[in-house]
Design a protein around this ligand. Structure first.
Ligand code: FAD
Length: 306
């Protein structure tokens, strides 16, 4: 079984890099929890940490504040998520100027979704960036930012087919995106097939798997249904009956996430993005398993001394 085989490899971390995603906290308690998480995961020396931008720009101030705190109080490299939905170009550009004045050099550029509960479908703003590809072009026109975009191993739910979906990715790359992070998924074959399709379309940027450790299976299954992420039967079975057993749920979640990540390592994946949900436990444990320890990057004592 892959878990056992890989756990005996001494230097898995040598070529592996990780990034962590956080969301901006709503209150002081959440802020404290986020900061504990940033401190713990930050010690693992991620390539960058990203901060989401709430649906329809609803967390604009909080996102800016969180990114500012990361920049001023840590050595971490922040990437600011930015969406163009429900905003004019002028409004989006003003946010970009705010971030740039703080020293932000990385963005995760997205179209965004209509605010939850409105039931509306996406409609570009009359004076706005029309989609994520045009937002990438706008950011690049502003400065030579490092731009990450989204990718969908199971295609975006609004895309009629994979060809349309990958065409959008191509447009984002042509406009200057240099890496893509995927929607979360649980079936590694789907990811592998997707990367093959992307390469066949002549897209060569890194496609980084977005890994969602399962802190609450019921919530994740509901979220997956909205995102078009397939929840395999075997996964549902593993969490079956654990709704009121948080300890076993956490152990199973760690095993499932470890299995997914180690299998991806075995398939040659070198970069991982973790949707942390502002919690460090599972992401930290998985990083430990693949040898990411911070500082020495998991090297043995002998190698450190060399
Ligand atoms: P795009 O890349 O523009 O499009 C994705 C796909 O949808 C394309 O294939 C395209 O063909 C298809 N498509 C787009 N528009 C249409 C349309 N009108 N009709 C038919 N097909 C269409 N959301 C947030 O609000 N804030 C965040 O911080 C955030 N971070 C994210 C980070 C990652 C890594 C990912 C994967 C998603 C994130 N999202 C975030 C969610 C994202 O905003 C939604 O998935 C949104 O629906 C699409 O945005 P996009 O930039 O991926 O779209």
């Amino acid at each position: 079984m892959s878990v056992l085989r890989l756990s005996r490899r001494p230097h898995i971390a040598d070529n592996i890099s990780v990034s962590f995603e956080f969301f901006p906290p709503k209150n002081e308690d959440m802020e404290n929890r986020l900061w504990d998480t940033v401190t713990r995961l930050g010690a693992l020396e991620p390539e960058f940490v990203s901060v989401t931008y709430g649906a329809g720009g609803s967390t604009r101030e909080r996102t800016v504040r969180t990114v500012k705190r990361i920049l001023t109080e840590t050595d971490l490299v922040p990437a600011a998520h930015l969406t163009c939905i429900d905003a004019s170009r002028e409004e989006v550009d003003a946010v970009v100027r705010d971030f740039a004045s703080l020293g932000v050099k990385r963005f995760v550029a997205l179209r965004g979704d209509p605010a939850e509960g409105t039931g509306a479908s996406y409609r570009p703003h009359d004076d706005g960036y029309q989609n994520a590809a045009s937002l990438v072009a706008g950011l690049k026109a502003f400065a030579d930012f490092d731009i990450t975009v989204s990718a969908y191993p199971e295609k975006h739910p609004e895309s009629p087919d994979f060809a349309t979906d990958i065409d959008m990715l191509k447009r984002k790359v042509d406009n200057g995106a240099t890496r893509a992070i995927t929607q979360f998924f649980f079936d590694n074959d789907l990811f592998e097939n997707y990367v093959e399709r992307v390469r066949r379309a002549g897209i060569y940027i890194p496609i980084i798997p977005g890994v969602l450790p399962i802190h609450n299976f019921t919530q994740v299954a509901n979220f997956a249904a909205r995102c078009g992420t397939h929840v395999p039967d075997w996964l549902a079975e593993r969490f079956d009956g654990l709704e009121r057993d948080p300890q076993t749920h956490a152990l199973v979640a760690a095993a499932v996430a470890a299995e997914q990540v180690l299998d991806l390592v075995e398939r040659g994946t070198q970069n991982f993005h973790f949707y942390t949900m502002n919690r460090s436990d599972l992401a930290f444990a998985i990083c430990h398993l693949i040898g990411i320890r911070g500082g020495s990057r998991g090297l043995s004592q002998d190698n450190q001394a060399a």
